[in-house]
Design a protein around this ligand. Structure first.
Ligand code: ZN
Length: 680
């Protein structure tokens, strides 16, 4: 029997990880797709006239087995990837995309939805039911259900090809990352690296079976950023930086340039089939922002302010370089290194001094404590529950009244075969209709594991990431929608980062930090004076960080706003766009197009990298509500946040959800102040 086709019977409702083999997936996908097809044909073939219950609610119940298998597959393939799973991914990308198109464009089903929508006001629906019907209809239309037969066929072919290209793009980036190794062979090559960075690099070498005492730099962000910040060897920094920004752009089998170009060309055709001039237009219609102009206006305001901030920062960074004997202009691989020198000189603050206060376990306890004080949640570690890797920790989550609320899996360490970055995903979404289901939520991070016998110490950046992903996690765990498709983080894409970014504000609070950030050896809380210096130092180099992010967001928007049928060469386009924007070469971008996985591994962040900034407007303004209440754990404000933002999923239009919480539309000023881009 195929374990993937059984209802989950393991402890906590978790999948039987130990029994699952790569070979189980293809037949399970086939069987689940067949079952889904039968469900849809049955909905369409009913003799009864369409009703909300026999059509919209029935659709929400359909395809659950397939969704469950897909969620498990994506989890394993991202976190425990093997050549066998990657082969399944390549083989199944097109059939799964074809199935998704067939489902979305099912004419019998769509006609019933369409008839229902015509008379939506006479159906006696409540708010959530109305929202479900509207979303199902809109998503079908946006997937091509209303196109003429020939156009539908072409549309499905485009979707299939895109799915293959998305998969290749991701696998190429992973291959470029796995293929790179910078081995540091001598004290001279380790120059400048503090002990905690060396420990991480020894650990990476040991994991790959290299001789004792070897130090390895990989292209994991948790290696590259510290290496660029601390290595005194300019030549090695340059080599590492070039490898990092060159991912996806190496001649040979992992080259993503033509793949990205084909994706962009197909997306333009997809948009034109819908009657839009560009993919950005098509994408943005179904967002809070709605139009390119609205996005452009926000990005431009931030871009201009950030550019002037980098001018002041550059003076300081260049002066530090000069003081260290670098007479020529600083390059992109120099900025972090000399910025770190400025930080140390100006604020007497360095990463090495901070990390002992941020052991992973204490920071996990901190985030759980915040969830308890805000929402009454309790997290109990369950070592007896199945997990897919020994590093993964399972928790049973209970509500204030003791009722089971969710299962939470925490997968924190970088390892071979795990995608870089950090993310939240679900193995099951919460719902109450059609069989109650509590959610199973994962948070994945890529922290560098401490050497055997010593704790894992996080950077401040890592701590923020931990809180960020946990915010997404809360969005999944606290969901109280009746319908599964409206549950958790399945919201509009420029709303989805609100809960995650909001959560970062709590660990930035001095009282929360003092309570939880204790030196792992002495147990001393982090000194108040050190926190003050962190706050001061935080605003330094915000121009640099903001420029890197906004450059990527502006390039994303620009390339998806093109109206030409044929996409241009991405490298040339990127260079020209950055030149037109006056982007400083010594800052670089968060992601260059050739490895920009947000854009080219699926389309949810395509013409959508701006969403972090959009959501930052929302989260900074939402956090103001707690400040105005004079208590970061103010119970009525937390209850309102839970009810209107975290529990409601996509059952309420996001603008209305925000207004219900805040009593008005969001204001931009708290975000600009938070980044130091306008005076506090
Ligand atoms: Zn996020």
């Amino acid at each position: 029997m195929n374990p993937l086709l059984q209802a989950p019977q393991g402890a906590g409702g978790l999948p039987p990880f130990a029994d699952v083999r790569a070979a189980h997936f293809a037949p399970a996908f086939e069987a689940a797709m067949a079952a889904h097809r039968a469900e849809l044909d049955a909905i369409a073939g009913q003799t009864e006239a369409p009703s909300f219950a026999n059509t919209a609610a029935a659709l929400d119940r359909s395809g659950r087995q397939l969704a469950r298998i897909e969620m498990l597959f994506h989890t394993l393939n991202a976190s425990l990837s093997t050549p066998d799973l990657q082969a399944v991914q390549r083989d199944m990308a097109a059939p799964l995309a074809a199935h998704a198109s067939w489902v979305a464009m099912h004419q019998g089903v769509f006609q019933r939805l369409d008839q229902l929508l015509q008379r939506i006001d006479s159906l006696g629906l409540d708010g959530e039911q109305r929202r479900l019907l509207e979303r199902l209809h809109l998503e079908a239309v946006r997937s091509g259900a209303r196109l003429a037969p020939q156009a539908r066929e072409r549309y499905a072919a485009i979707m299939q090809r895109l799915a293959e290209l998305n998969t290749q793009f991701a696998q190429n980036v992973m291959a470029d990352e796995a293929g790179y190794q910078l081995l540091l062979r001598s004290e001279a090559e380790l120059a400048g690296l503090p002990d905690f960075v060396r420990a991480v690099m020894r650990q990476a070498a040991a994991e790959r079976g290299m001789p004792d005492g070897s130090h390895l730099v990989t292209l994991s962000r948790s290696h590259i950023v510290p290496f660029l910040s601390f290595s005194a060897r300019r030549d090695l920094r340059e080599a590492a930086w070039r490898a990092w920004v060159g991912r996806g752009e190496q001649d040979g089998p992992t080259d993503n340039r033509e793949i990205a170009r084909e994706i962009l060309t197909l997306r333009n055709e997809q948009a034109r089939l819908h009657g839009h001039a560009s993919f950005a237009d098509y994408q943005l219609v179904d967002t809070m922002a709605q139009t390119k102009d609205n996005v452009q206006r926000l990005l431009k305001r931030v871009w201009d302010a950030a550019l002037s901030a980098t001018e002041r920062e550059r003076e300081a960074v260049q002066a530090a370089a000069l003081a260290h004997g670098v007479v020529d202009r600083i390059e992109a691989w120099d900025w972090r290194f000399y910025a770190e020198k400025v930080r140390q000189a100006r604020y007497a603050l360095d990463e090495a001094q901070l990390k002992p206060y941020f052991p992973l376990e204490a920071m996990v306890a901190a985030v759980f404590d915040c969830a308890q004080r805000l929402f009454g949640l309790r997290f109990e570690r369950r070592s007896d529950w199945p997990v897919y890797h020994p590093d993964v920790v399972a928790y049973e989550v209970s509500d204030a009244d003791g009722r089971h609320r969710a299962v939470f899996l925490h997968d924190n360490f970088a390892r071979l075969g795990k995608r870089s970055g950090a993310w939240m995903n679900a193995l099951a979404w919460a719902r109450s209709e059609g069989g109650e289901q509590t959610p199973i939520i994962l948070n994945t991070n890529n922290f560098a594991k401490g050497a055997p016998g010593s704790p894992t110490l996080l950077s401040l950046d890592d701590v923020r990431t931990l809180f960020h992903e946990f915010g997404h996690g809360l969005h999944g765990m606290l969901s109280e929608t009746r319908y599964e498709r409206l549950s958790g983080t399945q919201v509009l894409r420029d709303f989805v980062e609100l809960p995650s970014q909001l959560m970062e504000h709590w660990i930035a609070d001095p009282a929360v930090m003092q309570k939880h950030a204790r030196h792992w050896q002495t147990g001393e809380p982090i000194p108040a004076e050190l926190i003050r210096r962190i706050k001061d130092a935080e605003l330094f180099n915000q121009g640099y960080e903001t420029v890197r992010y906004t450059a990527s967001a502006l390039v994303d928007l620009a390339i998806h706003a093109l109206e030409e049928e044929e996409a241009p060469d991405i490298t040339t386009f990127e260079r020209d766009t950055l030149a037109r924007l006056g982007a400083p070469a010594d800052c670089g971008m968060n992601h260059r197009l050739a490895h920009f996985q947000h854009l080219f591994v699926g389309d949810s962040y395509a013409a959508g990298y701006y969403v972090y900034l959009w959501a930052e407007v929302l989260d900074c303004d939402a956090f103001e509500a707690f400040k105005e209440a004079g208590d970061l754990f103010h119970a009525p404000t937390a209850a309102s946040l839970r009810r209107h933002i975290l529990a409601s999923g996509n059952s309420v239009e996001p603008g209305a959800a925000f207004r219900a919480f805040r009593g008005r539309d969001p204001q931009i000023e708290p975000m600009l102040r938070g980044r130091g881009l306008i005076p506090a």
